[in-house]
Design a protein around this ligand. Structure first.
Ligand code: R5P
Length: 279
């Protein structure tokens, strides 16, 4: 049984035993309580990388390298992996950050990463990305189960694009086809949704729209609007990673009462917990 090390940013799920603070200039200060206990041991480290992904990443590298020095064999649980959406490059000279981050973690001593519905992985289970071994866990079924509380009648599940299809394929889910607008040169790394099309019946049906993440909300808002325009009855939306940037929650709540997520990123919308799925 591996020993557990837990960062303060995991305190909502497990009691922390690492202290993280800040020097006056902003440098991170990290202290692993009872460090010698972990010498040569198998360790599972629980650490969130969001929000404050850049600082949290440095903290993680500090912890990993310290554990590597004492010969610990470390697996890391990172519920939401930031930078995962930059798994492909389009612009000349653009950095493929997803692979860079994975390589950094592997080189710092992460022998296996456990994460949830990772953007660039299209199935559950074991994967290798760059130099990093990853175990991907899905929360889609747990979200669909939760949605039964909102609908007192049958509902269908739909994802906004083919990329997210793996989330729902075992549940008979459907997918939209998503087309994004061209880069407008202003929003770095982001393109608004141009259109969503589909080839399934919508009228008079209830729908749960599921996506791996709600970031600016552009995708989810377009999907809900489309369903409503086409005569859907009740619509709910669920996501694994609720970043809920800008005022998208306000916009989503104008379209549906039911906006919910897991606690990979804990927010007021987190009504489904990853706790039982943690290694
Ligand atoms: C895209 O491929 C993802 O699965 C999400 O649909 C997307 O990242 C959501 O972003 P936003 O909320 O900004 O539309």
């Amino acid at each position: 049984m591996p020993l557990s090390l837990v960062s303060p940013n995991f305190a909502d799920l497990i009691e922390p035993n690492i202290e993280v603070g800040k020097f006056p200039d902003g440098d991170a200060h990290v202290r692993i309580l009872d460090l010698e206990k972990y010498r040569g041991q198998e360790v599972t480290l629980y650490h969130r990388l969001y929000p404050k992904q850049n600082t949290s990443l440095v903290v993680l590298l500090l912890i990993l390298d310290t554990l590597k020095e004492i010969g610990a064999k470390v697996s890391v649980v990172i519920p939401y992996l930031p930078y995962a959406r930059q798994d492909k490059t389009k612009l000349n000279g653009e950095v493929g950050s997803a692979k860079v981050i994975c390589n950094l973690l592997a080189r710092a001593g992460c022998q296996k990463l456990y994460t949830f519905d990772c953007h660039f992985l299209n199935s559950e289970g074991d994967h290798k990305f760059g130099e990093l071994n990853i175990h991907n866990i899905s929360m889609a079924k747990a979200l669909a189960e939760k949605a039964k509380e909102f609908f007192n009648e049958p509902f269908e599940i739909v994802v906004p694009d083919v990329g997210a299809e793996y989330l729902v394929k075992d549940m008979g889910g459907k997918h939209f086809n998503k087309v994004r607008k061209e880069y407008d040169g202003n929003k770095i790394g982001y393109r608004d949704v141009e259109s969503l099309t589909c080839d399934f019946d919508i009228k008079d049906k209830n729908f749960l729209v599921l996506d791996d993440m709600i970031s600016t909300g552009s995708t989810m808002i377009t999907a809900i609007q489309k369903l409503k325009e086409c005569g859907a009855k009740k619509v709910a939306c669920g996501t694994i990673h609720g970043l809920f940037l800008f005022n998208c929650l306000y916009k989503l709540h104008k379209l549906t009462d039911h906006v919910f997520s897991t606690d990979t990123i804990p927010t007021a919308q987190s009504s489904v917990s990853i706790k039982d799925k943690l290694p």
